[in-house]
Design a protein around this ligand. Structure first.
Ligand code: SF4
Length: 290
């Protein structure tokens, strides 16, 4: 059996930076909170919890003067304002690429653009980004949302439209939605596309597609709540029908001796240990037979 692990599998630069800094903060401070999970991976979060991090869903849960880490996906503008009011000390570990999108959104809003965000509506990153977009904005999650959003554009007073994306959205789906929007937005509107999908996501998706075409089976490792991991699964499954999505080695329940070549990819918040555990399990070759 040949096992090929994608070069881009595992932590992206943004996640690595957030996790390393959080570990350092936890060395210096006994008790810290994090607004939502720092990254979407149970193993990483549980490791941080053991070092004194408590995950909270809202600032209401902490007393004033508390030390609160902001997750890699960022938070909404109103939460910064609330923290300031309540004297809460923020340790901002938002990925710089997400912060750049917040800045762009503020800028486009100021310049009078209607902002269309192609993104997953309830993802934490998107809840943060949309808070900087102003009233004249809307989210397209799937092609089904396009007509409603175009109506919203037509009913606004804006004459300029800009399209942006969640950092981990699928590149192919983003391009497809942009093409449809180009047909549907009236010609007298200025139409700008700013593809804000992060480079790390783009590279990973391309590598997954290629790897899936070379192997008999693909294993995608990552949190079930991780948006970028789910995208990798969808992309892989389009090419390689035998694609498995697992959070860790314990979820591998098939007879993998049936495959000659196995490809492995992992989401941006999947630690190396999870990848190594899967590789070592496959190499041992003792599989559960169905
Ligand atoms: S996927 Fe991109 S935007 Fe998200 S944390 Fe990693 S580098 Fe930052």
């Amino acid at each position: 059996m040949e096992i090929i692990v994608g070069k881009s599998a595992g932590f992206c630069g943004g996640v690595l930076n957030s996790v390393n800094k959080a570990l350092k903060y936890l060395d210096d401070n006994k008790k810290m909170y994090c607004l939502g999970e720092l990254v979407h991976n149970k193993q990483v979060v549980s490791n941080l919890e053991k070092k004194g991090l408590e995950i909270i869903e809202s600032l209401d849960k902490v007393p004033g003067n508390s030390k609160v880490i902001i997750r890699a996906h960022g938070i909404a503008k109103e939460i910064y304002d609330e923290a300031l009011k309540r004297n809460i000390q923020l340790y901002d570990l938002t990925c710089p690429k997400v912060l750049r999108i917040h800045q762009l959104a503020k800028q486009y809003n100021k310049e009078g653009y209607f902002i269309i965000l192609i993104a997953h509506k309830i993802h934490p990153e998107v809840l943060g980004t949309i808070s900087y977009c102003g009233e004249d904005s809307a989210i397209i999650e799937t092609e089904d949302d396009i007509d409603n959003v175009v109506n919203k554009v037509n009913n606004s007073s804006c004459k300029k439209v800009v399209v942006m994306a969640q950092t981990t959205y699928s590149v192919d789906k983003f391009n497809k939605i942009v093409e449809i929007l180009k047909q549907k937005i009236k010609n007298d509107y200025e139409f700008l596309v700013n593809n804000t999908i992060c480079n790390a996501t783009d590279i990973r998706q391309k590598e997954t597609k290629k790897l899936a075409s070379l192997v008999d089976c693909m294993i995608i490792i990552g949190g079930k709540n991780s948006s970028n991991t789910k995208k990798l699964f969808d992309i892989s499954e389009e090419t390689c029908k035998k694609t498995y999505l697992v959070e860790n080695v314990n979820e591998l329940e098939d007879d993998f001796s049936l495959y000659e070549k196995i490809g492995i990819m992992a989401g941006a918040s999947t630690p190396n240990e999870s990848i190594e555990e899967v590789v070592s399990y496959l190499k041992k070759g003792y599989f559960k037979k169905k």
